[in-house]
Design a binder for this molecule. Structure first.
Ligand code: PMP
Length: 355
């Protein structure tokens, strides 16, 4: 009998050119830049570029604790939420048990769990959303759980009952639940979020990032907020790389967080752009998954071929969602109106006209 073949982790492929001549609608970036106060703080921080950054990241930790109304020991700051996906998988729960993830989502959770030989079990989605009931039922047998909410690449979100069920299951089984809320700031702040459940004592950690709505993707900074004992474990792991969050990023994030007015304008402009783009999709007869975030999954035949042709022929970068295990769509970031029109016109040409 031949030995079982170990599945290869699906690696997140970001190998596209980094040129602004291309229309970048593939990485869910913000087209609104960052708060001018954050850019000014980053520029000032450069004056001390010869000095190592603060390893404890204490200014940002304190600011985030005030912002979330939690104790500072409930916050861990890291080099992007990517680093926190790694740190949580390395640190939390029963390490001899595989993690539970959903199929059809951000591949980072599974890639990390497989890379560290912890393993991952994937639960199918219920249509375009996380199946909260199935996830809650399965979680107790696993070492850790990862849920993406709002969901990448569908743009959907859990209901309050769904999120509550997950948190209750994590609590009952004492299995750490990581809720990746990378896109939460783009959504309506009244949407259910982990923040609403933090005082219940459940082993839950939310991951947030400054890369998306705060517009600081290049600086690489994100954070975790959750139960203090879990955060302590995450911090122990992060302390192996004490200077991984650079000085410029820390200064910019403190200023970005203080400028909630800017965040409000980003959220309002994003919602307006989403309405406009979906109306255009309707008008042109495309189907899509109704989104709450800054990207829309547009239904297409041959998403792989279209992704490649849009890039090669039109210089337009979008994501074939098959790479997430969510086939049949192109995920399109809500860039500028001009960029989105370029995408729509090119899509019309490629799918409607025989050129
Ligand atoms: N989680 C999700 C769902 C994402 O889509 C991304 C980036 N695209 C990340 C985490 C990582 O974000 P960052 O490391 O920039 O904070």
């Amino acid at each position: 009998m031949s030995a079982p073949v170990r599945p290869q982790p699906r690696v997140y492929n970001t190998s596209v050119p980094d040129a602004d001549t291309l229309v970048r609608l593939h990485l869910s970036e913000s087209p609104y830049g960052a708060s001018p106060a954050a850019v000014a703080a980053a520029t000032t921080a450069l004056e001390r570029v010869n000095r190592y950054p603060a390893p404890e990241r204490e200014s940002l930790v304190a600011a985030l604790a005030r912002h979330w109304d939690v104790a500072p020991d409930q916050i861990a700051v890291a080099n992007g939420s990517d680093e926190l996906v790694l740190a949580t998988a390395l640190s939390l729960g029963d390490l001899t048990r595989p993690g539970l993830v959903t199929a059809g989502t951000f591949p980072g959770y599974r890639a990390v769990l497989e890379r560290i030989d912890r393993g991952a079990v994937e639960l199918p989605l219920a249509g375009a959303t996380t199946d909260a009931t199935a996830f809650a039922n399965e979680l107790p047998g696993h070492g850790i759980g990862y849920v993406c909410n709002p969901h990448n690449p569908a743009g959907t979100a859990l209901t309050r009952d769904g999120l509550a069920a997950l948190i209750t299951a994590a609590h009952a089984g004492e299995v750490p639940l990581i809720v990746d809320e990378a896109y939460q700031e783009f959504s309506d702040p009244r949407l259910p979020q982990t923040r609403d459940f933090l005082d219940r004592g459940a082993p839950v950690v939310a991951l947030r990032t400054f890369s998306k709505a705060y517009g600081l993707a290049a600086l690489r900074i994100g954070y975790a907020v959750g139960r203090a004992d879990l955060i302590a474990e995450i911090r122990r792991t992060l302390s192996v790389l004490p200077f991984s969050v650079n000085r410029v990023a820390q200064a910019a994030a403190v200023a970005a967080l203080a400028d909630q007015e800017f965040l409000g304008t980003v959220r309002a402009a994003g919602a307006q752009r989403r309405r406009w783009f979906c109306a255009e999709l309707d008008r042109r007869g495309y189907r899509y998954v109704p989104s709450l975030t800054n990207f829309v999954a547009v239904e297409v035949d041959d998403a792989g071929g279209l992704q490649d042709t849009l890039a090669a022929r039109y210089g337009i970068l979008v994501r074939n969602t098959a790479m997430f295990g969510f086939p049949g769509h192109l995920r399109v970031s809500l860039g500028t109106e001009a960029e989105l029109l370029r995408f729509l016109d090119a899509l019309d040409r490629l799918t409607r006209w025989s050129d």
